[in-house]
Design a binder for this molecule. Structure first.
Ligand code: MN
Length: 328
């Protein structure tokens, strides 16, 4: 997916009520979503929780869009070829189907419950179009920042359909990293966790997690509490590193669906602009120029000849690198 935003508005993060949080338990920071149209006359509206002023990254996760359920007949997805640098894209659907083409030569169908991880280190371009059979489009689009030593990695594409794992009170699909004894075979450049967790109605589930990781729980549906803090759908609950368990409660009479993200804190500062990640303003200026010039750095998406998404104009000011706010 492409970031259609040119000048993202900054929003203050929501404040978390302490709820039934016990003394000594980590404080959950509630990151609220803001609506961003993906572009085009029949724009698909996405709910973006990362990045925002209060938080740039959770582990190496640096971008989180939640969208749908949307009537694909009215607002399908049709994103023409556009570039990426310095990051990996994770496409994860709850319903619908998206046809993916990239300049590695990949032609793949993105389907519910199947991970598609594209690496756009030095440079890649791709297009994403919902298929004609898609009635309801519903899912998440996530980005992972590449660490300095791998940020110019060659183009790559990995697919994995994790077998659902049942634990007491929940079903898990672990698409990256390890959780509840289930491990994804997908290679990453920093340790990561990515899993879909569906909670049964009226349950409390406690998960063991790596205390070196910070975590984010994105709620798709249900009345979910994370370590005692209520999260509404489309909100992302952030838990700093140090926790070795996460307690999730579904307080509704229907199943609750969530996405759990994690990773050790990403210590590097990054420059993120449009669909590029670099380390300096000059990095994104160069990437933009090379995309506009049709450079080999990004290649040609077969099957979508002539079409390409032009880069927006650069801001007048120099884009400053950003990391996470200092710990209070
Ligand atoms: Mn994209």
């Amino acid at each position: 997916m492409s970031n259609a935003e040119v000048a993202p508005a900054a929003l203050a993060c929501g404040s978390a009520a302490d709820g039934d949080r016990s003394a000594g338990e980590p404080r959950v920071e509630v990151l609220s979503a803001r609506d961003v149209p993906l572009g085009g006359p029949r724009a698909l509206l996405v709910r973006r929780t990362l990045p925002q002023r209060a938080r740039t990254l959770i582990g190496a996760w640096c971008f989180a869009d939640h969208y749908g359920p949307a009537d694909a007949g009215a607002t399908g997805m049709d994103v023409p070829p556009h570039p990426h640098t310095g990051l990996q894209t994770v496409s994860w659907l709850f319903s619908g189907e998206i046809e993916h083409r990239d300049t590695l030569g990949t032609h793949a169908l993105v389907r519910p419950g199947e991970l598609n991880l594209m690496t756009g280190g030095h440079g890649i371009a791709h297009s994403e179009v919902s298929t004609p059979d898609t009635e309801i489009l519903h899912g998440v689009q996530l980005w992972v920042a590449l660490p300095e030593e791998h940020r110019n990695a060659p183009r790559d594409f990995q697919h994995h359909a994790p077998a659902p794992v049942r634990i007491d009170g929940a079903e898990l699909k672990v698409f990256l990293g390890s959780l509840a004894g289930s491990t994804s075979p997908v290679r990453t450049f920093t340790p990561l966790l990515g899993a879909e967790i569906t909670l049964e109605p009226r349950v409390t589930v406690t998960l063991s997690v790596d205390p070196a990781f910070e975590h984010g729980l994105l709620v798709d549906s249900g009345d979910v509490h994370l370590i005692g803090t209520a999260l509404r759908p489309a909100e992302l609950g952030y838990v700093p590193s140090g926790a070795d368990t996460l307690t999730l409660v579904n307080d509704s009479d229907a199943p609750a669906r969530t996405i759990l993200l994690g990773g050790p804190p990403f210590e590097e500062e990054i420059v993120m602009w449009w669909n590029f990640i670099g380390r300096s303003h000059e990095d994104v200026v160069r990437a933009r120029e090379e995309w506009q010039a049709g450079s080999d750095r990004f290649g040609e998406v077969e099957g979508r000849p002539g079409l390409r998404l032009p880069a927006p104009a650069l801001p007048n000011a120099v884009i400053a690198p950003r990391g996470n706010p200092r710990r209070r």
